[in-house]
Write a protein that binds this ligand. Structure first.
Ligand SMILES: Nc1ncnc2c1ncn2[C@@H]1O[C@H](COP(=O)(O)OP(=O)(O)OP(=O)(O)O)[C@@H](O)[C@H]1O
Ligand SMILES: [Mg+2]
Length: 276
């Protein structure tokens, strides 16, 4: 079991330069995530969720404030932090096990240890029998399992997930949510999940961070004091879900549907086209 560190984000501000002008994207973010916590992040499109994940994983620098893991400022990427994206980003010409093996490129493990670790992770995500399959032979849900295995194979302390189930049908999604919960419990690591699905956020999270746009800020952090396994049909579940949804309802309609256009006028150039 990994020993995840405490992640502390203090006074985080991030802006991009768009057409020569500063576009504020994240403003005054304060968030503490305890080791082994599951944190869901929800918020309208363009409010900076992916940017926040990229900063935590160390893919981007150039921000004000602090992002500290066990008191040390995060600098660059590191094997102790893994990420899964909405699209699985598997290499089509590599088999399942070879795609997972890519995660171990810089691990320093011997070949034998690598084989063992890969086998363990194929089991962890329930893909036994598909070791030599190619991505085109897998369903969307299976491909996401491979992506999760690849991200976990280095035994990261923190796993970041950016809408990992966004492209899947409702049944597969519900199934993978259960699987992700099982993996989180088994591995004991911190998970930070960005999702547009409030039910998914409440089903999995110890707390739900609700963000609001222009610029991206934390509107409210909603605790989820419900024991696992959670029953989506239970009254207590719907009470928490409603309190998250209420935060959205209270945002001005324009903030929920419009991408941020600041600072440039007129609309030409559409800064939100840069969203990843
Ligand atoms: N590299 C970049 N350069 C300029 N602007 C960027 C860049 N990356 C993101 N942005 C802008 O930052 C804002 C936040 O983008 P981000 O992708 O973090 O939003 P998001 O909350 O993840 O949205 P979505 O829910 O649609 O994925 C957007 O206005 C986007 O256009
Ligand atoms: Mg995003």
């Amino acid at each position: 079991m990994a020993h995840a560190g405490t992640l502390v984000i203090q006074g985080l501000n991030k802006q991009y330069e768009v057409q020569g002008q500063a576009l504020p994207v994240l403003q005054d973010i304060h968030l503490t995530i305890e080791p082994g916590e599951f944190v869901s992040i929800v918020g309208s499109s363009g409010c900076g969720k992916s940017t926040l994940l990229r900063l935590i994983i160390g893919l981007e620098e150039g921000y004000q404030g602090e992002i500290l893991l066990d008191g040390t400022r995060i600098k660059g990427t590191n094997l102790n932090r893994g990420i899964v994206f909405q699209e699985h980003r598997l290499f089509p010409w590599l088999t399942v096990e070879k795609n997972i093996a890519l995660g171990l490129l810089n691990s320093g493990l011997t070949e034998g240890q690598q084989r063992h670790t890969i086998r363990e992770h194929i089991e962890l995500v329930g893909l036994q029998g598909f070791e030599t399959a190619y991505p085109h032979q897998l369903s969307g849900g299976m491909s996401q399992r491979v992506a999760i295995a690849r991200a976990l194979v280095n035994r990261p302390d923190i796993l970041l997930l950016d809408e990992p189930f966004g492209a899947l049908d409702a049944m597969t999604r519900a199934h993978l949510q259960q699987e992700l919960h099982r993996i989180w419990e088994k591995e004991g690591i911190t998970m930070i999940l960005v999702t547009h699905d409030v039910e998914e956020a409440v089903y999995l999270g110890d707390k739900v961070v609700v963000m609001e746009p222009r610029p991206g800020r934390i509107r409210r952090i909603v605790p989820v004091p419900l024991a696992h396994p959670r029953d989506r049909a239970a009254y207590a579940f719907s009470v928490v879900k409603d309190s998250v949804l209420r935060e959205f309802a209270e945002q001005p309609v324009a903030d929920r549907i419009e991408p941020p256009l600041k600072p440039s006028e007129p609309r030409a150039g559409l800064p939100w086209q840069f969203a990843v």
